[in-house]
Structures are given as structure tokens and as C-alpha cells.
Design a binder for this molecule. Structure first.
Ligand SMILES: [Zn+2]
Length: 295
């Protein structure tokens, strides 16, 4: 299934409560990345009413209990994320990350869990490998690719995410919007006008919405990666070193599982991760360790 990724900055709004977390340089850098200038920039508090999540979904497994996490200010944190699984390439990407000891987050589409004979097994494998990997919510059916109408009905969209949560059963309330780069953390919201209503509803329901700082792009016809391993590693370094990430010294990389279903492309993923691993400043984490989440 192909999805057109709409990165909507044209009418984007910055809603920032914790300016110490997100420097002005970082925000302006994000707009530079998108090649667009925001029409509207405001400082408005996100909806904070309603029930907060305690520790996301209750689980008997102690390994999912929240523990204090201390960041080392001399390090840079990289969060590798794969979207739209389970699909071809999911287990291949997972195996490479596991082999290299690199943590990664998998944003799961619920219909793909149900639509594949091995869908549940794949999701369980990723889930059980925590803290090496973590599953997260990426909607029930990826808005069927109809993002405009999906986000224009925020109540329906919220129900879609809640239904997906029931199917995917991820350990935490971590979510990525389909086809849209938005952020909703404890004290920060950054969402375009289109997705803001559902972003507020998700915030009130205790969800953290995670966007991305860099995307490894792919050809939408054959799902093959467009940038080389070296180029992606260089881009990641450059964004971190020039403070062009949503949170300083923390970078979220977006990739898609299906990009790595061929062995030569999987080699490219492996190569990029090996290049990154050589940098002693880098720490790889799952997105439940991203700063500023609500629990
Ligand atoms: Zn997606």
C-alpha cells in the first residue's frame, strides 16, 4: 500500500510552553527543512484538561514500568523509527537493528496486524523485545490515504486511534499521525491547523504524538530508498550539530519498513546504522525515552 506523505507546514502553528526545551533556532530550522514559512506562529497553551495517562496501558510486565531516565548532556540521542508495519521489510529491519544492538520504535498500522497471517506474531516479537524495541500506534487504517477528510472529522479520527490502540496493544500511549508531522508532548504542541483539533483530543486522552526530524525518503513506486546510507548519516549529524531538531540533541529519524525488503536496501540500512554507531556521542533510544512525554 502506498501512502502519500503530506507534510503540512503551510498553515502550521507553533504552540510552545517549554521554551527551554525547544530553542528558537531549532524551530526555525524545522521550517527551513520543510522549505516553507509558517503563516501563523502563536504561543497558545494546548488543551490540558481531561484525563491524563498514568503509565499508559497497564501491563503486568515490570519491564514496561516507567523509570526515571537521566539524559547525558554530552551525548546526542537518536530515535530510529519505522512506520506502517507490519509489512514486508518489518522483520528484516528489526533483525538488522537487533543484530547491531540498536533500539528502534515501530509505528504500527492496525489493519496490517489483522491483514497478515503473521501480523500478530511480528507485533508480539517487537513488543517482547523491549527495551530493544517498542511498538506504537500509527492509526487503524492510515486514514485510507485520505488525510484531509480524516483530520476534518476529529471525533472520528480519535475513535480510529483508540480502536487501533485496542488492536495493536502497544505498551504506551505513543502515537504518530498518518501523513502528518505533528508533535504533542506534555508541555508542547506543534500541529498544523488541519490536525490541531484531533491533536488536542489526543492530548486530553493522554497520548504523546511524535513527529520526526529527518526522513529517509523512498520511491513511492518501488519503495526503494532514495538517499544513500552515507548521505543519511551525514544528514543526521548535520541536523544534530546545527541544532535543527525539535528538541536539541535529540533526533527522530523516520523510515518505512517496506524500504528494506530487498537485501541490497537492507544492507544500506545496516551501513547507515554502522556509520552512526561509530560516533561515540550517539545514544540510540526508543521513543518512550524522548524528553517531555506525559505519563
Ligand atoms: Zn505512515
Amino acid at each position: 500500500m502506498q501512502y502519500n506523505r503530506l507534510v503540512e507546514y503551510h498553515e502550521s502553528v507553533q504552540i510552545v510552553k517549554m521554551k527551554h526545551l525547544i530553542g528558537v533556532r531549532a524551530l526555525s530550522g524545522l521550517f527551513l527543512m520543510s522549505g516553507c514559512t509558517p503563516n501563523e506562529v502563536s504561543s497558545v497553551k494546548p488543551a490540558t484538561s481531561g484525563k491524563r495517562a498514568n503509565t499508559a496501558i497497564e501491563t503486568s510486565a515490570d519491564k514496561f514500568a516507567r523509570k526515571p531516565f537521566v539524559y547525558d548532556s554530552s551525548r546526542q540521542y537518536i530515535y530510529i523509527s519505522f512506520d506502517d508495519g507490519p509489512q514486508r521489510g518489518t522483520m528484516e529491519s528489526y533483525a538488522v537493528c537487533k543484530e547491531l544492538g540498536i533500539k528502534a520504535t515501530y509505528f504500527i498500522v492496525a489493519v496490517h496486524v489483522k491483514g497478515r497471517r503473521d501480523g500478530r506474531r511480528i507485533v508480539n516479537t517487537i513488543y517482547n523485545n523491549y527495551p530493544g524495541s517498542v511498538t506504537a500506534n500509527h492509526s487503524y487504517d492510515h486514514a485510507k490515504g485520505q488525510y484531509d477528510s480524516f483530520y476534518r472529522h476529529p471525533n472520528r479520527a480519535l475513535q480510529d486511534f483508540l480502536r487501533a490502540q485496542d488492536t495493536i496493544r502497544p505498551p504506551y500511549k505513543l502515537l504518530r499521525l498518518p501523513g502528518n508531522n505533528a508533535w504533542v508532548l506534555k508541555d508542547t504542541m506543534r500541529a498544523s491547523r488541519l490536525v490541531r483539533p484531533v491533536a488536542r483530543k489526543l492530548d486530553s486522552a493522554g497520548y504523546n504524538v511524535l513527529g520526526w526530524d529527518a526522513e529517509w525518503h523512498f520511491n513511492h513506486k518501488d519503495a526503494r530508498p532514495l538517499q544513500s546510507a552515507e548521505k543519511m548519516a551525514q544528514k543526521i549529524k548535520s541536523l544534530l550539530d546545527s541544532n535543527q531538531t525539535f528538541t536539541r540533541n535529540h533526533l527522530v529519524l523516520l523510515a518505512h519498513d517496506r524500504m528494506f525488503q530487498r537485501s541490497s536496501d537492507l544492507d544500506s540500512l545496516k551501513k547507515m546504522l554502522q556509520i552512526l554507531k561509530q560516533n561515540p556521542r550517539y545514544v540510540f533510544e526508543t521513543l518512550d525515552h524522548y524528553p517531555g512525554l506525559k505519563w
